[in-house]
Design a protein around this ligand. Structure first.
Ligand code: SF4
Length: 129
């Protein structure tokens, strides 16, 4: 009966860790070895120095023509274009870009460095460049 005694002894002296704790340890290890994701560099956006319109996208809604007629005019296809980028304030050009339903007005950069509130205007213009 020696074999029976050995089996009982093994069962009592078993020190195997509970399955749950083994799994948690393994997960913790794998998390610690995962390298942190590298920061992706910001995409560079080139900005035009002057306001411009993607005329092909213009739906001829008249908004920019009515609001800033000294800057925007229709071309022969009745689609807006910039005929004078210095024809009005940067504030009005940015507002026209914000209002354009086709989002085809790009304000470019201010032509007057002394226009009030340029910092905020440039921020607002960012998403339309
Ligand atoms: S606001 Fe936009 S869609 Fe309307 S006329 Fe001007 S460029 Fe065209």
């Amino acid at each position: 009966m020696e074999g029976k005694t050995d089996l009982a002894s093994l069962a009592i002296n078993s020190t195997a860790p509970a399955p749950v704790s083994v799994t948690l340890e393994a997960d913790k290890e794998s998390l610690e070895t995962v390298p942190a994701p590298e920061e992706t560099p910001k995409e560079e956006v080139s900005v035009s120095k002057v306001a411009w319109v993607e005329s092909d996208e213009c739906t001829s809604c008249n908004d920019c023509i009515n609001a800033v007629p000294n800057v925007f005019k229709y071309n022969s296809n009745k689609q807006a274009h910039v005929h004078n980028p210095k024809g009005d304030t940067y504030a009005k050009i940015v507002a026209a870009a914000e209002k354009c339903p086709a989002m085809c007005i790009h304000p470019g950069l201010p032509h007057d460095p002394n226009e009030p509130g340029l910092e905020k205007l440039l921020k607002r213009a960012e998403k339309y460049q």
